[in-house]
Design a protein around this ligand. Structure first.
Ligand SMILES: Nc1nc2c(c(=O)[nH]1)N[C@H]1C(S)=C(S)[C@@H](COP(=O)(O)O)O[C@H]1N2
Ligand SMILES: [Mo]
Length: 543
């Protein structure tokens, strides 16, 4: 009896180890297929589903802790989970199908792979709403069957091979009668668990400390009470913009962001590369004449160009997820007119190649500046920014600027998109914001030496009428010079000369006013659910 439990434990152990090794390789194969041929990636699919199920307070906690990196941590976490499932599958299989822990036949490895393949395709994927073998995803049913099939083959073969190898090296061999093995095994496993827990704990603490330090340095925030003393929420009539020359500063954002410096945000771990020959754009839903266009068709349509800045809704005050570009594309209204929208339609749902989805109101879709862009800064839209086509919706956050667009669907109900299902704002108007680019927070200036304070201000599509800068933590304010913007939809570069008179620490604060006279809100809000608010401030040591 004693001998039997020992064997089965060994059978579980060697199966678990073999499953773990094979699982890591198979997961690698999965990621490789996903990156190269758009194969199905379970961690991404399950990860986004788990994120959706996560209660909003938990989501908000991870989002504040990890910021925009949250998706990578979460993805890594699910990936490790997947390897554990492979390992557990291996352990249980060996424990019950091969309790004597003899070398497995190849067919047995493949049988286990088949079981896991069916589990993923018929149970896990349908549960996430992706359909049988991910039939509802962009990869489609054949894509899902095929890519998971290859992953299964890799797993099955490596699993059988590793199990042989583990037995051959005698580590968990029933014949190597090291008497105290059972006694050793338990504490060893416990020690392993303990080490694992320590690693995870350290990682969490490390991230927390790093977050604390980086925020401690970058946000020397001024108490709101102090800011409110000089605050009116609306200026009537709105100020007349103080346009003028801006003296170039090395650290000031370039007015148009070059494509290779334009911020990139997506939900994906690996972004798609779309083949323009296979791509098509569908116009569907509540329309009289649904139709489909090829990339070639799209390029022949009437184009317009416009400068527009974009900002991510997860951009912190003073953050870098904000850029400006020159876009060329077709009015969204053009597609809707051609398809003839039925009466009763209220929203446009925008579908993407990476299974991202969001919606905008019909009235927003009909605005003359809402468009489907194919070019960015005089170049073909780069892959990372949504090649072959992306949506631009001035006035609302980047979230609604759908990249890798595949379908424009007209609906007559209140659709909620990918991020809205996770608690983010649906109308998502850009909140008035301003940022100090130069000098850098924590840098040093010198008494009586002239320098410049400069940065950007952005309101979405409401323009900027005034930027105020304070060098005394919000007690007194000066009016900055504005560079006349390239369009009503872009950020505005601002600048002010500064010649510090006194040594010591100086807190510099900035705030903006839009063309309607609305003043930037000094109350601090974090990004979830409506985008951040508050004033950007930095500390400069004058010596
Ligand atoms: N298909 C797709 N479109 C998307 C996203 C995405 O994950 N998938 N992310 C959105 C978000 S949150 C932002 S802020 C912008 C960023 O666009 P950019 O990377 O071109 O700056 O794309 C939006 N469009
Ligand atoms: Mo975003």
């Amino acid at each position: 009896m004693q001998q039997r439990t020992k064997w089965t434990r060994r059978a579980f152990g060697s199966g678990f180890l073999a499953g773990l090794g094979a699982g890591i390789l198979a997961s690698g194969a999965m990621l490789f297929l996903n990156a190269t041929i758009g194969g199905l990636s379970l961690p991404q699919q399950l990860g986004s589903e788990l994120l959706a199920l996560m209660p909003p307070p938990a989501f908000a906690f991870f989002h504040t802790l990890l910021g925009a990196n949250a998706k990578y941590f979460f993805f890594g976490f699910v990936l490790i989970g997947q390897c554990c499932v492979f390992a557990l599958g291996g352990g249980l299989y060996n424990r019950y199908a091969n309790p004597q822990n003899s070398p497995l036949r190849w067919s047995q490895g493949l049988l286990l792979a088949l079981l896991l393949w069916l589990l993923a395709g018929l149970l896990l994927l349908p549960l996430t709403g992706a359909g049988v073998f991910g039939a509802n995803l962009t990869a489609g049913l054949t894509g899902g069957l095929f890519s998971l099939g290859i992953v299964g083959l890799v797993f099955g073969i490596v699993f059988a091979f590793s199990q042989h190898w583990i037995i051959a090296t005698g580590q968990v061999n029933p014949d190597s009668a090291t008497t105290s093995e059972t006694e050793i095994e338990q504490p060893a496993r416990r020690a392993l668990l303990k080490k694992g827990a320590i690693v995870v704990g350290l990682a969490v603490v490390g991230i927390g400390v790093w977050k604390f330090i980086s925020q401690g340095v970058s946000s020397s925030s001024v108490p709101v009470a102090q800011l409110l003393q000089t605050y009116r929420n609306k200026i009537v009539p709105p100020p007349i913009p103080n346009y003028g020359e801006i003296v170039p500063q090395p650290l000031l954002s370039s007015e148009v962001t070059p494509n290779d410096q334009y911020y990139i945000v997506s939900k994906n771990f690996t972004d798609p590369t779309v083949n323009k020959g296979e791509w098509s754009l569908k116009v569907s839903g509540q329309v009289e004449q649904p139709y489909t266009l090829s990339y070639q068709d799209l390029l022949t349509l009437p184009m317009q160009t416009q400068y527009e800045s974009m900002e991510c809704i997860s951009n912190d005050v003073g953050g870098s997820y904000m850029s400006n570009g020159l876009w060329e594309g077709v009015r969204l209204d053009y597609f809707l007119q051609k398809a003839v929208v039925k009466t009763g339609a209220t929203k446009i749902v925008l579908h993407a190649y990476d299974d991202y989805v969001d919606s905008i109101h019909l009235s927003k879709a009909l605005e003359p500046t809402t468009m489907v862009a194919v070019r960015m800064n005089n170049a073909t839209l780069p892959d990372g920014h949504g090649f072959p086509a992306r949506v631009l919706v001035p006035g609302i956050y980047g979230m609604k600027h759908i990249k890798w667009l595949t379908e424009i669907e007209v609906v007559n109900y209140d659709f909620q998109g990918y991020w809205q299902q996770r608690g983010w704002s649906d109308p998502a108007p850009v909140r008035l914001t301003s940022r100090i680019d130069t000098p850098l927070d924590g840098s040093i200036a010198h008494v009586n030496q002239p320098t410049y304070i400069a940065g950007v201000a952005f309101s979405g599509n409401l323009g900027i009428s005034e930027v105020n800068v304070s060098v005394d933590a919000g007690k007194t304010w000066q009016i900055a010079t504005l560079k006349r913007p390239l369009s009503p939809l872009t950020w505005v570069l601002w600048e002010i000369p500064w010649q510090p008179q006194q040594a010591g620490d100086h807190i510099i604060v900035v705030r903006a006013v839009d063309l309607q006279g609305n003043v930037q809100d000094p109350h601090q809000a974090s990004t979830l659910p409506d985008g951040s608010s508050g004033y950007h401030s930095i500390t400069i040591t004058v010596s």
